[in-house]
Design a protein around this ligand. Structure first.
Ligand code: NCD
Ligand code: ZN
Length: 330
């Protein structure tokens, strides 16, 4: 038994730089036709020159002609000239509230001061991708941020806003209120809850931002995805950190899921009896919402057990050591 996926896309991916980029990029380019590349590098990707340089590094590291690196720019206030110069080279601009996650120190501190840039983005049809968490109690951060989404969606009705890695039932509800809002959902938020992270012995490998939530939130995410929601697309938020930065005091946030994403999604969709929706979740909906024409690439999943390695170089993958039912055919 096998599944053919046409041009699967990962709509939220962290590739890093240097050795880490060299190690992880091929794992995505092997099984995806494209990915939205996050700009939260140590020195954020916040100029046309940095976008160009980073894209070249990714293409060199990825070693695949059939892969599109959809670049994002790190949100700050940009002039019309800056946006005009970079518009055709990016898929969108990623907004981080300052200090909310890895590499977001220079993010937005004052949402009242960014209207000018958002109006330009709306006019130039540049999507806004958002890490939607406010600074309150950790389990409520996404919920508290929803009012910002609401204001943005109403003030800029022609701006395509993407709520990245949603984790709560309330975020799914908000999505239903605005046509100009889409969302990405990760593999791990469809699989785990906070119990998996801290309910038993603490699992640093499952620690990420936003933190996994309650069973009822996971249920709502699953219900939306397995009912074929037309504005929810797959974004892994695969975020590699070396093992010594995870298994230590002050564990870094991020789950490395790139090499296991498609086999695990196949398992999940099969268990839900909705394998018929996998193609749209991992490609068609994103193509629709963003108007993409990704490189033609067929990825074949076969029903052949595969044991996830304990380690890829210095990074422990999601599901390390587990045996999965599906594997990617060579
Ligand atoms: C991401 C990272 O490590 O860059 N971490 C994470 O837990 N998801 C940043 C992010 O997307 O929040
Ligand atoms: Zn991310």
């Amino acid at each position: 038994m096998h599944i053919v996926l046409n041009s699967p896309l990962d709509m939220h991916l962290h590739l890093r730089e240097g050795d880490m980029l060299q190690a992880v990029a091929p794992m995505t380019t092997a099984s995806f036709a494209g990915a939205v590349i996050m700009p939260n590098l140590v020195s954020p990707v916040d100029s046309p020159a940095k976008v160009r340089r980073y894209k070249e590094q990714i293409e060199a590291a990825g070693k695949s002609a059939s892969f599109a690196a959809y670049m994002t720019l790190f949100f700050r206030n940009y002039s019309r000239a800056e946006l005009a110069a970079v518009r055709k080279k990016i898929i969108g601009i990623k907004l981080y509230p300052a200090g909310i996650t890895t590499g977001s120190d220079s993010g937005v501190t004052d949402f009242a001061s960014i209207g000018g840039t958002l109006a330009l983005m709306e006019e130039m049809q540049i999507p806004l991708l958002v890490h939607g968490e406010a600074g309150g109690f950790v389990l409520d951060r996404e919920k508290e941020f929803l009012e910002v989404y609401l204001r943005l969606a109403e003030s800029f009705p022609n701006l395509h806003i993407v709520m990245e890695h949603i984790t709560t039932a309330e975020a799914v509800d908000l999505l239903d209120c605005y046509q100009n809002v889409s969302a990405t959902v990760t593999l791990h938020h469809l699989l785990i809850t906070l119990d998996d992270v801290i309910g038993g012995l603490m699992q640093p490998d499952l620690f990420c931002k936003p933190i996994a939530k309650r069973p009822e939130d996971r249920r709502r995410l699953r219900d939306a995805v397995f009912s074929g929601h037309q504005r929810i697309m797959f974004g892994s938020d695969s975020a590699p950190h070396p093992r010594h930065k995870k298994e230590c005091c002050g564990c870094a946030a991020g789950i490395f899921s790139a090499p296991v994403a498609l086999p695990m999604l196949a398992e999940l969709f099969e268990d839900a009896g909705r394998l018929d929706l996998l193609q749209s979740f991992v490609s068609d909906i994103a193509c629709n919402r963003y108007g993409l024409q990704p490189p033609a690439k067929q990825v074949i999943l076969e029903k052949k057990p595969w044991q996830v390695p304990e380690l890829y170089g210095k990074v422990k993958p999601f599901g390390a050591g587990q045996t999965l039912r599906w594997s990617i055919a060579a």
